[in-house]
Design a protein around this ligand. Sequence first.
Ligand SMILES: NC(=O)c1ccc[n+]([C@@H]2O[C@H](COP(=O)([O-])OP(=O)(O)OC[C@H]3O[C@@H](n4cnc5c(N)ncnc54)[C@H](O)[C@@H]3O)[C@@H](O)[C@H]2O)c1
Length: 458
Amino acid sequence: MDFEKTILCIGAGYVGGPTMAMIAAKCPHYKLVVVDVDKEKIRAWNSDNLPIYEPGLDELVRETRNKNLFFSPEIEKGIRESEIIFVSVNTPTKTFGQGAGKAADLQYWEKTAREILASSTTSKIVVEKSTLPVRTASAMERILNENSKNIHFEVVSNPEFLAEGTAIRDLEFPDRVLVGSRETPEGIKARKEIVEIYANWVPREKIVESSVWSSELSKLVANAFLAQRISSINSISALCEKTEADIDEVAYAIGMDSRIGPKFLKASVGFGGSCFKKDILNLVYICESYGLEKVARYWESVVEINEWQESRFIQNMLRNMFNTVAGKRIALFGFAFKANTGDTRESPAIYIAHGLLEEHAKVVITDPKALENAKKNLSTFEDRVSFEQDPYRAAEGAHAIAVLTEWDLYKGLDYERILKTMVQPAFIFDGRNILDHQKLFNMGYNVIAIGKAPLKHF
Ligand SMILES: NC(=O)c1ccc[n+]([C@@H]2O[C@H](COP(=O)([O-])OP(=O)(O)OC[C@H]3O[C@@H](n4cnc5c(N)ncnc54)[C@H](O)[C@@H]3O)[C@@H](O)[C@H]2O)c1
């Protein structure tokens, strides 16, 4: 079959794979090729066991793979044969040199740009799908366009707003799609080509066009605002614990104000995921480099509150369990950074597990999708951590359960049965406020939840 366009995506991760699968499903007239340096990952994308878990993803890939969606290790060939290249490689926080701990590490991005240049024989549109510091596009254009091949690259910014766990729904029904380009005739022409792709299924009024700089910055700012809401409600959860106000009641009451709204007001053990912390720190670094110290400190405090919330959770566990957890078995219910994903990057569970292990607790981890990643995260503690797929087995002989991921599964467990197998007095620390605390207390548990008065039998 002849395809209208051939689109390449470099980077077959949490963003590249699902995004291209959605475009493939909605645009049977385009050919989509996804490449990655990680050959094992490409092999997994071509198997029945995809490298990431995301509700609805298996079906979408099954529907399109080897029809108009192809996963391939051949990066050079992919570059040569495409007109449009989405770049969706990782952009982690820099761990060395200037800006270490804050700035984005752009080595993967720049390497990709150079690979695109080396393998291209025709002009192309390069689409920034990765989250990048504002003004990256101009650096990329400079690298790409200083060539003697007589070919031209137009760099367009099209940040991804999907959230893991709901990626397929977010891609199918996005709140908005943002496409930024230079305001030159060539820039606008390239932008329109990208808009045309999304217009196959996204209502036109939801596709926002802007300058490339606004587009790049909007992605960082969107994540900063979302994380700020979580840190705001988490900071108030601490005040609720002191005053006997209830954080869920407070969140409900303030969320009814249409200027605030109800979303993202759920207090918890803290936010995780690969993006929020790195993107805020990147924003902080950008502000610092423009001399905007006050702005930098303001946004940095969002990350600081998150770290404080995680450490408060451990302190609460210790204090309530008679100031020692040494030798005590503690079951962590959930390790993924949120429900419906197997991703554990920056998961608060990593921090909580480390804190408990430092206190010499025996930690047992259970999670329906994230055990493989959890094993990698905790590989240095092999002798004192165990992993159980079955939450009932994880809780056997435990002094405490800590709910760290809001999996629906944990709401429906037989907690009477669990209680009989635990050491008494048994504790539940609900880091996601998903359980029926009064009911558990009536059964005999001591229940400590975020932003609520503790329910204790002593
Ligand atoms: N994960 C999310 O929820 C999310 C949401 C929106 C935006 N983003 C942004 O999207 C980008 C990608 O995130 P992700 O979570 O998909 O990352 P990821 O680590 O899951 O995937 C990135 C992939 O790029 C590959 N890669 C790196 N360098 C390469 C190269 N030179 N050539 C070919 N492949 C290369 C890696 O092997 C990896 O498989 C990041 O900038 C992130 O900030 C992520």
